[in-house]
Design a protein around this ligand. Structure first.
Ligand code: C2O
Length: 410
């Protein structure tokens, strides 16, 4: 850590003409997510590396080069960026070693300084649950985002973005929404509109805590693969061949493809097996399922619950809608060509219109017998299906686009 602190100090003092200087490294993040680049061959499409399956490989590549640069500055090519393990109780604080000298950052929320427990699904209107309950909620959230809500690569990693208009999509994977977005917003100053610096894409990487935050995201990608026995999420050339540019440790501009980023052992690192307490934190039903079933069918027979309807609704209050089921209930094993295949029932909330530069969040509960119970509940109950959560964007480069359409699958 001492060497890392020293290397960060050196990088902060390098002239701006040097691509290794801290600000320029931070700006790499900014330029890839504020629409500074266009997609190759599509002049009217901006390249985005968040809210799709490019999220994990892009950030892995970013950290890979950052790590090599730090290693070179320290003269230690075995250097590895530490990870901020906010997924287990002992890591649910701003890490002490990032609270001093060059690893400290002014623009952080002081009320969230240690010993305050992290709020891994933080949103400005949410209340802190107190340390013990918050730890439980953080663990339950990990269960939902890594296990129950992340049964397919698309749910975990985000939508399969491809080049061009037809390939466009915007849907973050579970971990990207929270804890990723939420801890960005939690770390930055909450009285600033976009919770700078960590809370906004354009400024986030100016906080040295960005890098260990993202190494944990990278580690969780590895953990998810192990849990699901997956080596490559898609065998799709469009994904494999998507590329980005970075400066390497010799100040050379290098083009890397997603396919270069899919096996971390080839990149020269691996994660030591670590605690996954959250596997034991499967949320439990708030209302006993048989009882809930009776209550819900009473409500439905009385035709009290409306459908969503076709009009746009403003989400300024809690509401309940009936969702007709279109497939056989519940995840089950099916046989296909003599092989067992696992099917998942997915609830999709589509066509969400939200301002691009503002952090937005809402929770979705299913089988909740009444609304007031939902308002009082959180991720610790099984009725919690998931949340939609974005992070602040920052400076608008392309002013034409004011709104965006997003969706979630849970
Ligand atoms: Cu590129 Cu944590 O965001």
């Amino acid at each position: 850590m001492e060497k890392y602190r020293r290397a960060t100090e050196i990088m902060k003092n390098l002239p701006i003409t040097n691509p290794h200087c801290f600000v320029r490294q931070a700006n790499i993040h900014c330029s890839y997510c504020t629409g500074a680049f266009k997609e190759e061959n599509y002049d009217d499409m901006l390249l985005r590396i968040h809210r799709s399956r490019l999220f994990f490989p892009f950030h892995r590549a970013y950290l890979y080069f950052y790590e090599r640069i730090v290693g070179k500055i320290m003269g230690d090519d075995s250097f590895a960026i530490p990870y901020w393990n906010w997924d287990v109780p002992e890591g649910m604080y701003m890490p002490d070693m990032f609270m001093n000298e060059s690893l400290f950052h002014q623009k952080r929320e002081t009320t969230h300084f240690p010993p305050r427990v992290t709020e891994n699904d933080f949103h400005k209107s949410d209340k802190f649950l107190g340390p013990e309950k918050q730890i439980e909620a953080n663990l339950a959230l990990m269960y939902v985002q890594m296990v129950s809500g992340a049964k397919t690569p698309e749910l975990f990693m985000g939508c399969p973005l491809k080049a061009g208009h037809d390939g466009w999509c915007m849907r973050s994977g579970t971990i990207e929404m929270s804890p990723h977005n939420s801890l960005h917003s939690w770390t930055g100053i909450t009285s600033l509109r976009e919770h700078e610096d960590m809370g906004a894409f354009y400024a986030a990487a100016r906080d040295p805590l960005f890098y260990p935050h993202h190494s944990n995201i990278d580690r969780l990608w590895h953990v998810w693969r192990e849990l699901n026995d997956v080596k490559e999420e898609w065998s799709d050339p469009e994904w494999f061949n998507s590329f980005f540019y970075f400066y390497d440790e010799n100040q050379q501009l290098i083009r890397v493809r997603v396919s270069d980023m899919l096996d971390e052992t080839k990149l020269g690192y691996r994660y030591v097996p670590s605690e996954t307490f959250w596997l034991d934190y499967k949320p439990t039903p708030l209302v006993e399922p048989n009882l809930a079933k009776k209550e819900l069918s009473k409500l439905n027979n009385g035709h009290n619950t409306p459908l969503f309807g076709s009009n746009i609704r403003r989400l300024d209050t809690t509401f309940t809608v009936k969702v007709p089921r279109s497939i056989k209930p519940v995840a089950e094993e099916e046989m296909k060509d003599g092989k067992k295949i696992h099917t998942e029932e997915i609830l999709e909330v589509d066509g969400i219109l939200a301002e691009e530069n503002v952090a937005v969040k809402f929770d979705v509960f299913i089988n909740m017998v009444n609304e007031s119970m939902a308002i009082k509940s959180d991720v610790r109950v099984r009725e919690y299906a998931g949340a939609f959560q974005t992070m602040g964007g920052g400076k608008k480069i392309n002013a034409k686009k004011v709104g965006k359409i997003d969706d979630i699958r849970i």
